[in-house]
Design a protein around this ligand. Structure first.
Ligand code: G4P
Length: 517
């Protein structure tokens, strides 16, 4: 029980370049998990060059070893799950968000909310998890703090509560004011956070000019009077986001962020299942698989299935049932991920992530549970793909292998499959380009089939959740297909075609993903 209460599992949602890696690194430094900066990112420094993982992984710098990181801070065990972005953005990025209890939204103070943040935010909102916001790069001339808060409130429809408030910004950044302690954490250009000082607000020694004080007084009055009242319950339901201003690079405001994070982030909570809510303190070990990463090295066909522990205690060699098939098995080969080490896990608790060697047994969304009354956790949502292509086998004679590979990779969750009516064409859908590449590679290496893609210009998929689609409603630009569970989906060429469709056929209800709001 104590183990559960002392665990926090979170992911960072942000747009590339907002500072996710830099912040992660500073948090790991604070927890003593790494000793020097530059350890987390393999991409630029090439530190993961020795990784024996898949070819694509190497080329792209994504690594299974950096997928889950841990730190201990003030007796709290924190798991950080990586959410790959850039060209590595894929359904796995979304799925990772189903395995966390809290999200940290990192926003670049110069740019505000960007596209990828918004996409990831929607998944967090669907789950109603707390979202803490870190507005980064305060050492740059960014947008006005109030302007950024308004943008969050309006775009994300979520209340904000600034936990601290900047005094100046960019070249004139003096520090941040903590609303809870009424203190100023001072900032000096070029400092790395080693000799940072904190002053009481009325301390004449505080490095503020009269003009700074005046501006701060005005700002505080404004946010106190016109702003929202802090409401912990709203925060924990994801209806209000506590906002922190700081600079990850200058390690400024990061420690106070972490102090509040430990307090505000949720410990593992009960999760819905086919047997009702399962408490993390339930004696039975249970968990679900949220991601499967294949090893692209043909000599090592194994995969790693990422399991989030939801209840009980995992012990190596534990006897479980795979709910989907009823098959019982022992979990002997398990590992924990951290930086370049891959330790064998002996024990894990709710909130922890373990990697299971998989030879094709698991699928994304699978529930594993001990005991005889197995159950399923909620189905993994199907996230909206944004790229589509018709796929065929290069050599017609390979059609048997082609169908087998398609079937298995779709089941496993590598890519989404749609079929057209009448012609029964195979259309694959993906959230990001990487999924196509992984799919192509695995078809060739594991099933010995060369495939050909014929890209479609469609960008949007909408599941039909109400009304009846007739022939006259669809054409090439709004194409009717069925997903692998035979649910009708319309692929729209762009936002405009979608809007026109909605205006013309208001009786048809559309949803942006299965299981998504
Ligand atoms: P990401 O993981 O979200 O993609 O972002 P990352 O941390 O890699 O940061 C992106 C760029 O922004 C990096 O610069 C990083 O140094 C910079 N950065 C992060 N936090 C801050 C901050 O608080 N202030 C300022 N001024 N810059 C910040 P880069 O030049 O692209 O990369 P690098 O060569 O320095 O690693």
């Amino acid at each position: 029980m104590e183990k559960t209460a002392n665990r926090r599992t979170f992911a960072i949602i942000s747009h590339p370049d907002a500072g996710k890696t830099t912040l992660t690194e500073k948090l790991l430094l604070l927890g003593g998990s790494i000793r020097s900066a530059g350890t987390v990112k393999g991409k630029k420094s090439g530190k993961f060059a020795t990784s024996d993982w898949m070819e694509i992984e190497k080329q792209r710098g994504i690594s299974v070893t950096s997928s889950v990181m841990q730190l201990n801070y003030n007796g709290v065990h924190i798991n950080i799950l990586d959410t790959p972005g850039h060209e590595d953005f894929s359904e796995d990025t979304y799925r990772t968000l189903t395995a966390v209890d809290t999200a940290v939204m990192v926003i670049d103070s110069v740019k505000g909310i960007e596209a990828q943040t918004l996409k990831l935010f929607k998944v967090c909102r669907m789950r109603g998890i707390p979202i803490l916001t870190f507005i980064n790069k305060l050492d740059r001339e960014g947008r006005e703090p109030l302007d950024l808060l308004t943008e969050i409130e309006e775009t994300l429809e979520m209340e904000t509560y600034p936990m601290n408030w900047p005094v100046g910004m960019g070249k004139t950044l003096r520090g941040v004011y903590s609303r809870a302690d009424e203190t100023i954490e001072s900032f000096q250009e070029g400092d790395e956070g080693d000799e940072r000082q904190t002053f009481q607000i009325d301390d004449p020694e505080a490095p503020l000019t009269d003009a700074d004080r005046e501006a701060l007084d005005e700002d505080i009055m404004l946010i106190d009077e016109a702003g929202n009242d802090f409401d912990r319950e709203k925060v924990q339901k994801g209806k209000m986001t506590p906002v922190f201003f700081g600079s990850a690079l200058a390690n400024f405001g990061v420690q106070s962020f972490l102090d509040h994070f430990v307090d505000l982030a949720l410990s593992p909570q009960p999760r819905r299942s086919t047997s009702g809510e399962i408490s993390p303190d339930d004696d039975r070990f249970s968990g679900f698989i949220f991601k499967i990463q294949a090893n692209m090295n043909p000599a090592h066909r194994d995969r790693i299935a990422f399991l989030r522990v939801c209840s009980g205690t995992f012990e190596r060699g534990i006897d479980i049932e795979l709910s989907r098939t009823g098959k019982r098995m022992k979990l002997n080969q398990s590992q924990q991920f951290f930086a370049s080490d891959r330790d064998t896990v002996e024990k894990a608790y709710p909130g922890d992530i373990i990697g299971l060697y998989d030879t094709g047994t698991f699928q994304v969304g699978d529930t594993l549970v001990t005991g005889n009354d197995s159950f399923h956790y909620e189905e993994m949502p199907q996230f909206p793909p944004e790229q589509f292509a018709k796929v065929t086998a290069k050599h017609a004679l390979k059609h048997k292998q082609f169908h087998k590979g398609m079937d298995q990779l779709v089941q496993e969750g590598t890519i989404q499959l749609y079929r057209t009516p009448y012609f029964d064409d195979y259309i694959v859908g993906a959230v990001g380009e990487l999924q196509f590449q992984v799919f192509e590679y695995r078809m060739k290496n594991e099933y010995k089939v060369d495939i050909e893609f014929q890209p479609y210009s469609h960008e949007i998929a909408r599941w039909v959740t109400g009304g009846t689609i007739t022939d006259k409603m669809t054409d090439q630009r709004r194409m009717l297909v069925h997903d692998h569970k035979d649910r009708p989906v319309i692929l729209f060429e762009n936002e405009f075609v979608l809007t026109m469709f909605q205006q013309k056929f208001p009786e048809i209800e559309l949803s942006s993903g299965w299981g998504m709001l």
